[in-house]
Each structure stands twice: as C-alpha cells, then as structure tokens.
Write a protein that binds this ligand. Structure first.
Ligand code: GAR
Length: 226
C-alpha cells in the first residue's frame, strides 16, 4: 500500500544509511525548507561510524545504530529494523546508501513502501562499484535511479532517473560526485510524489498521476557539433 492522497500530516520517513549520509542530508534539508512534505522520524544505520548518525543528531532526529554483525542472519537483522521502524510510526522506508540486502521480512512489513537510490541508470549496472563498471564498459551515460525495492537486487519498479554523461578523463570518484549531485535532486522529488499520493505501481510500471512534465527530449554524448 502506497501512502494515500490528501494527507493532513507530513509523510513519516525512516531513513536507513550506512555511510556519509549526503542523501539523508538532502532529504532533511528539503523537509526543513518546506519543499518536501515529509518528516524524517528515525535514522537507522548498521555502521557505528556512519556520518549519517552525526547528521541526524545535528538535525535533532532520533538515530540508532543496529549493527548487522550482531545478528545470526539477514532475516533476524531485518526483524530488528522492522521493530524500530514500526515503533517510530514510519510510513515509508528510505534506503539512502544502505549497504545491506533487504529481505522479505522488511518487504512484507512495508509492502510497496521501501524505496532505494542507486548510482547508475538501472537496469544497467546493478550491484556495487557501479560508477567504475560504467566507465570500464565505455558507456557514454550513467546516472541514478530511485526505485521501489522488490525481492531482487536493484530490480524494483523505477520511480525517477537522472542521466549524467560520462566525460573523458572521468574516474569513479569524479563520476560518483556528479551523480551524487543529481541524487540529491531526485530522491526528495520521488518522496514528494509519493507523499502527494501521485504514485501507483502497475506491474513494472510506476504511473504518476497527474503526470509530471519532462524537460528536454534527448541527450547525445559526444555532442553533434565541434
Ligand atoms: C550514493 O551514491 C547511493 O546511491 C549509493 O551509495 C551512496 C551513498 O551516499 N547507494 C548504493 O550504492 C546502494 N547500493 P550518501 O551516504 O552520501 O548518501
């Protein structure tokens, strides 16, 4: 079930992050400036050293570390996550650089309410180290994708994507930084569309109603002139 239209309260987000938390920060910032009608009510990390924890504390958001290494398996870990998310009244689970594979335990607890951001143009380059993979492959474009999480790895229905050209001389770090800038734009936008109740999943398709305008009808790399 996707959160419904005409909400009187901001959508309650639980953000799961393993590292720097720059996507978490962009979501917090958009909630604070009012452009995103949502509220981060809980941050969970699996990594005690995650900068995401500091960002949450800085913003006065409850944050907790649940270390996956203390659990016998993925399901047990997910059960602990689900208990925390439920007790905080989370409506939408937002994976933001969360480097653990989610199990059916989480998906059954939050059906169609777990989303993820991935630093590539899915379905190309699922998994890890994807900026390097895109460069090594010789792709002319990469980008980022926000999608619903399903039982596969980076396979769920796609909500929004941004395209980023791969430039001569790019290494994984430079490309990742340019992709990250776009992540910070599209993740809050995807959450806002959900919060507005404009998103419906039909099989693999994510329908947006009313449709959002698309700017530009093509990207070509290398360009057609010079
Ligand atoms: C982001 O690039 C995100 O897309 C990626 O990790 C980075 C986290 O950055 N996620 C994955 O690779 C998930 N498999 P952040 O901690 O600064 O938001």
């Amino acid at each position: 079930m996707i959160p419904s239209q005409n909400r009187s309260q901001p959508l309650r987000l639980g953000v799961l992050a393993s590292g720097s938390g720059s996507n978490l920060q962009s979501i917090i910032d958009r909630c604070q400036d009012g452009s995103l009608s949502a509220e981060v009510v809980l941050v969970i990390t699996n990594n005690p050293d995650a900068k995401a924890l500091d960002r949450a504390q800085q913003a006065g958001i409850p944050a907790v570390c649940i270390d996956h290494r203390q659990f016998a398996g993925r399901e047990e870990f997910d059960r602990a996550l689900v208990a925390k998310l439920r007790s905080a009244g989370v409506e939408l689970v937002v994976l933001a650089g969360f480097m653990r594979i989610i199990t059916p335990v989480m998906l059954e607890a939050f059906p169609q309410r777990v989303i993820n951001i991935h630093p590539a143009l899915l379905p190309a380059f699922p998994g890890l180290h994807v900026q390097q993979q895109a460069i090594d492959y010789g792709a002319r474009f990469s980008g980022c994708t926000v999608h619903f999480v399903d039982a596969g790895v980076d396979t769920g229905p796609i909500i929004i994507q941004a395209v980023v050209p791969i430039l001569a001389g790019d290494d994984a770090e430079r490309l990742a930084a340019r992709i990250l800038e776009q992540e910070h734009l599209i993740y809050p936008r995807a959450i806002q569309l959900i919060s507005e109740g404009r998103i419906r999943i039909e099989g693999r398709q994510v329908r947006i109603d009313p449709p959002a305008a698309v700017t530009g009808d093509r990207l070509i790399n290398p360009g057609l002139v010079n």
